[in-house]
Design a protein around this ligand. Structure first.
Ligand code: IMP
Ligand code: MG
Length: 177
């Protein structure tokens, strides 16, 4: 490993906050009386989830799943496994999946497929960031936050090799360090 990665701001905390507010309003409108289960994908979506649900003033439940797709570095291994399943029963429930980013779409595709087989009453996807340039499989995004260029981003939950998750803004990583 060489020098430190160079980070440049892509979205400020204010832009992120405005986006989370907008998504929360859309979700509130659709789920107010539905008592949904929000299934957040670890680890990247933890900060987004925490900010989002503080703006949702109606009954809901939170679950976490963990999928393994990324190894070290920036490229997906392509193989996806469910490393942690949701604990609540999904059958007959309104399920909203919360993701940090849709890149190739393979992870979200795998998870939506898995959850769909459990016969939820409804199944939708909310993502903070969307990187459409790298899509390998089509993904229907019901609530979309910010569209990002074909660059590797970090901060606000998103990591590079477990680093930079804690940063309050979102950055483009200019080099690999
Ligand atoms: P996908 O299966 O290629 O859509 O990748 C989804 C997962 O890859 C995300 O949940 C992230 O954990 C990770 N990922 C994809 N792109 C980025 C990025 O630009 N920064 C950080 N993590 C990323
Ligand atoms: Mg993720």
């Amino acid at each position: 490993m060489g020098s430190e990665p160079k980070l440049s701001v892509l979205f400020t905390r204010d832009e992120i906050e405005a986006t989370v507010n907008r998504l929360a309003a859309e979700i509130r409108r659709d789920y107010l009386t539905k008592h949904p289960i929000l299934i957040a994908v670890l680890k990247g979506s933890f900060m987004f989830l925490a900010d989002l649900i503080r703006r949702l003033d109606f009954p809901l439940e939170v679950e976490f799943v963990r999928l393994s797709s990324y190894g070290r570095g920036k490229e997906s291994s392509g193989k996806i496994k469910l490393a942690q399943r949701p604990q609540a029963k999904v059958k007959g429930r309104h399920v909203l999946v919360i993701e940090d980013i849709i890149d190739t779409g393979l992870t979200a595709g795998f998870l939506l497929d898995y959850l769909g087989k459990k016969k939820p009453a409804s199944l939708k996807l909310c993502v903070l960031t969307d990187k459409p340039a790298r899509r390998q499989t089509p993904v229907n995004i019901d609530y979309r936050g910010l569209t990002v260029p074909d660059k590797f981003i970090v901060g606000y939950g998103l990591d590079w090799d477990e680093r930079f998750r804690h940063l309050p803004d979102i950055y483009v990583m200019e080099n690999e360090g």
